[in-house]
Design a protein around this ligand. Structure first.
Ligand code: PLP
Length: 405
């Protein structure tokens, strides 16, 4: 054991509650993570001590709030090893970050018939923004198939590359299968054809160390709420050269240098992409969440979560009525599974009555469900505050509910 889980759980008061008279077992961390007290208190601290609109005021509070927001940007920069703070754009989340790239990139870099490559295992957040652009700019979407084990093969990506390919956008870790995709190879491959690559890191940034300069990705998107920070804020990383080339995504205050009715000059990076008053309390609290992760150590987190994943996989496979989807040797702590003859929704509802929170449904990945020929699954996803005892509770719960059918 590398982490003191008992102590860590004291940082998450929500985990101590009972639901329906049973101790809460929270296994829906891929949907959102719980927040440590330091993050919750940080939001309160911003609003009780430094609240003011940022970047605009000469007064003390505005300067303090601005410093807090910009310090958070540098904390994010350090966390993902970006070259400069100007490459960190605050958005509402991974979804908005991908919409930003899709909108600005397709508008400025694509002609009708140009192609974007996605994969079968993308979250809707990395599908629908491109479809909207398809309707506006006439781009085409090519889709990389997955293997039986739920993996992406770089050679299948290469197969789809043509002289019309403008961008490849791929999840780092699948929110359904847990598969860790070979993004290093895909980025190298893309660049060998001069094609930029966007990484959807919504399911990786909380589990794996990320170095955007070593990865050499052109864009990377993620959400604060899946990494123990508040909801409503997220990040787009973009290489400066790309962000300089792309037009603004939204217009408004903050993103301008000068406005007249004839012409507007846009602000420098990163402000060009941050129209309107940003969530400065959210950014500050995200910075606090990153410091909290740093205090535990990402490598410790990765090892412990891997232990939970293996423990849960073994226990579930010992049951004779469970089928797990996705068998990649490289997985994040996510297990999607089916229980023979029991609809995932029924199982999820009855597990909930036992205090066990798992996800049921298509997990915003309907094309992936179609590829497996199913409508949905159950999904258990783990965080460093989960325990083997909670996995035992899940397994016992599945056994109990199965016995009722
Ligand atoms: N991408 C992946 C892989 C996800 O799992 C999610 C959320 O589940 C998203 C994108 C969208 O994140 P958000 O809803 O926080 O914008």
């Amino acid at each position: 054991m590398y982490l003191n889980i008992e102590n860590i759980r004291k940082d998450f008061p929500i985990l101590t509650q009972e639901v329906y008279g049973k101790p809460l077992v929270y296994l829906d961390n891929a949907a959102t993570t719980q927040k440590p007290l330091c993050v919750i208190r940080k939001i309160e601290e911003v609003y009780t001590t430094i609240n003011a609109n940022i970047h605009r005021g000469v007064h003390y509070l505005s300067q303090r709030a601005t410093e807090s927001h910009e310090e958070a940007r540098r904390t994010v920069q350090d966390y993902i090893h970006a070259a400069s703070p100007g490459e960190i754009i605050f958005t509402r989340g991974a979804t908005e970050a991908i919409n930003l790239v899709a909108g600005s990139f397709c508008r400025s870099q694509c002609k009708p018939g140009d192609e974007i490559i996605l994969t079968t295992m993308e979250h809707h957040a990395n599908i629908v923004p491109w479809q909207i652009q398809r309707d506006i700019t006439g781009i085409e979407i090519k889709v990389v198939p997955i293997t039986e084990t739920g993996e992406i093969r770089p050679e299948d990506v290469e197969e789809l590359i043509s002289s019309r390919t403008r961008l490849i956008s791929v999840a780092h870790v699948s929110n359904v299968l847990g598969t860790v995709n070979p993004v290093e190879s895909i980025i190298r491959l893309g660049h060998s054809y001069n094609i930029p690559v966007l990484i959807d890191a919504a399911q990786s940034v909380q589990h794996l160390p990320i170095d955007v300069q070593a990865l050499d990705c052109d864009f990377l998107a993620f959400s604060s709420h899946k990494m123990y920070g508040p909801a409503g804020i997220g990040v787009l990383y973009g290489k400066e050269a790309w962000l300089d080339r792309l037009p603004p995504y939204q217009g408004g205050g903050e993103m301008i240098a000068h406005v007249s009715f004839e012409k507007t000059a846009f602000n420098e990076l990163p402000f060009k992409f941050e129209a309107g008053t940003p969530d400065y309390a959210g950014s500050t609290a995200l910075g606090e969440a990153i410091r909290y992760l740093g205090s535990l150590g990402l490598e410790n987190i990765r090892r412990y979560e891997e232990q939970l994943l293996h423990y849960a996989t073994d226990k579930l496979l010992q049951m004779d009525n469970i089928q797990i989807l996705g068998a990649s040797p490289q997985k994040g702590p996510v297990i999607s599974f089916l229980v023979k003859n029991i609809h995932p929704y029924d199982m999820g509802m009855l597990l909930d009555r036992l205090g066990i929170a798992v996800r049921t449904g298509h997990h915003c990945a309907q094309p992936l469900m179609d590829a497996f020929g199913i409508e949905g699954t159950l999904r258990a996803s783990f965080a460093f505050y989960n325990t083997e005892a909670e996995i035992d509770a899940l397994v016992a719960g599945i056994g109990k509910v199965s016995g009722m059918f």
